[in-house]
Design a protein around this ligand. Structure first.
Ligand SMILES: *[C@@H]1O[C@H](CO)[C@@H](O)[C@H](O)[C@H]1NC(C)=O
Ligand SMILES: *[C@@H]1O[C@H](CO)[C@@H](O)[C@H](O)[C@H]1NC(C)=O
Length: 480
């Protein structure tokens, strides 16, 4: 590299040297008299070519060497899970990097409507239909038997379900205080188009960050009136108008006025069912089937979150959201936090795959909506317009690109992350946005199996090594 730069510098110098020969092609006199300037630049050009050529050949050799090494590793289908059973092949717990000897299988979608036949349980063939490619989404009817659905619902009831979202919201103000933001700074953060005014949708976009009260444009108009926030009544907030409001004024106003459950981000009850050794056979069977379906190493599935069972009463919903957070260098995954750098300030769920099971057929509503599935482009800002909020599953499910009707025993599954192109987890897939439409008749029961994988391979490997060194009980705790 430095070699190359030096020769480039040398090349830079020659034209300034030949600047004393105006309007003359630099090597015109090469054939006749020997010009030292021309022969020197000719020499430099040849040498540059030569160097670049050599470097290319070396790079190619390296590439061939390493990529064939990687293919060998993936062909052996060796997972961090299989290391698990052969501790002697592991390196000592040191700061040394783990060798990436795994390639995660990703089920191929082929095209929307494509059907693949699967053998997941003896004596039965399942059909898996591709519903979308962005996100990579599949539907498998009769994935669970009626009996299995019944057992899962009964076990959940036995364990008891709790509210998925609590009414009182704290913390929004704390975060602003922690960051020590001035009203001007918050205003600028919200003002997406930087026109010095806050439109309704600019405020709505940012009220969705946490599980709070779900603001609608009507709520905002009501709040503006109640707090006399919009003095000139033009439906926009200027910096002066914004300055007199505290950072959680909106939420506080609504809490004081009284909030119904239907105004929360989610309105459901849920519980968690452990699926490891000693769990009910049906729960272990389901985990086993999910492993076969996703073709991922069983250790990854074993170390994932327990089964989540959710019940929506009539009127229940869950506005559109992502099951996983985006992963930045300063973000750690919740499931691998014990292996994360303690200085990592943020934590998020890293759920590579969501498998969603419908435990009953819902009489009315309750579809799973994917607002931007297979949309040509994805533009976060255009999700929320002043008039239509595509994230709102109480109002705008009919405008979603894709809706799945809840049918007893059917499973749908999708990838919340793209591939990194080298057999591991890559970027978050923004198209995996989804929500639960409002249940208009009856009750809706679903279960979620998430498969947790850290996009940071080293962290995932370190986590698995730590877990493998711990007694069983610790493993259970780590996975909860
Ligand atoms: C943890 O973070 C610190 C500071 O960013 C860094 O110096 C250190 O190398 C990190 N350790 C690991 C194990 O990543
Ligand atoms: C969906 O695609 C269309 C066409 O490219 C685009 O205009 C629209 O903004 C997209 N919707 C979202 C929410 O990104």
């Amino acid at each position: 590299m430095t070699d190359n730069q030096e020769s480039l510098n040398a090349q830079d110098k020659t034209p300034s040297g030949s600047a004393t020969l105006p309007l003359r092609p630099p090597c015109e006199r090469l054939s006749g008299h020997k010009s030292s300037v021309c022969s020197r630049s000719y020499f430099v050009v040849v040498m540059v070519f030569f160097h670049v050529y050599i470097i290319n050949v070396i790079a190619l050799l390296f590439y061939v060497h390493y990529s064939s090494g990687q293919e060998d590793a993936s062909r052996s289908r060796d997972a961090p899970g299989s290391n698990h059973q052969r501790p002697e092949s592991r390196r000592p717990p040191s700061k040394a990097e783990f060798l990436r000897d795994v390639s995660l299988t990703r089920v191929e979608g082929i095209r929307v409507g494509h059907v693949q036949r699967l053998s997941l349980v003896p004596g039965k063939v399942h059909e898996m239909r591709t519903l979308s490619l962005k996100p990579l989404l599949f539907e498998i009817p009769e994935f669970l038997s009626d009996d299995e659905c019944r057992v899962v619902m009964q076990l959940a009831q036995l364990k008891g379900l709790m509210e998925s979202q609590l009414m009182v919201q704290e913390g929004q103000e704390e975060l602003a205080k922690e960051l020590n933001l001035s009203p001007e700074e918050i205003f600028n953060l919200l003002d997406i188009n930087q026109d010095g005014q806050l439109q309704l949708h600019e405020i709505l976009t940012h009220s969705r960050v946490r599980d709070g009260i779900w603001l609608t444009p009507e709520n905002l108009r009501e709040i503006y009136a109640g707090l006399k926030a919009d003095k000139d009544g033009n439906g926009l907030l200027s910096l002066e108008e914004f300055r007199v409001l505290s950072s959680d004024a909106f939420q506080r106003f609504l809490v004081q006025r009284g909030v119904k459950r239907s105004q929360l981000v989610r309105n459901s009850r849920h519980t968690w069912l452990y699926q490891g050794k000693g769990a009910h056979q049906v729960l272990q069977d389901i985990k086993e089937r999910v492993t076969r379906l996703t073709r991922l190493p069983s250790t990854l599935v074993d170390l994932s979150e327990p089964l989540q069972v959710v019940r929506y009463e009539e009127g229940g919903h869950y506005h559109a959201h992502h099951d996983s957070g985006p992963v930045y260098p300063e973000t750690a995954c919740t499931h691998t936090r014990m292996a994360a750098n303690t200085s990592t300030p943020f934590e998020t769920s890293c759920r590579y795959i969501t498998v969603l099971f419908y435990l009953n057929s819902v009489e009315g509503g309750g579809e799973t909506a994917f607002p931007v599935a297979d949309n040509r482009t994805y533009d976060e800002v255009s999700l929320i317009q002043n008039d239509v909020d595509l994230l709102d599953t109480r109002r705008n499910c009919d405008k979603s690109n894709l809706r799945v009707k809840p049918t007893k025993g059917t499973a749908v599954f999708w990838y919340n992350y793209l591939s990194d192109g080298r057999g591991w987890v890559g970027e978050q897939d923004e198209y995996a946005l989804h929500g639960g439409c409002v249940v208009t008749h009856g009750t809706k029961w679903v279960a979620n199996k998430w498969i947790n994988i850290d996009p940071d391979y080293q962290r995932q490997a370190r986590f698995q090594q730590l877990v493998s060194q711990q007694p069983e009980e610790m493993m259970m705790m780590a996975s909860v």
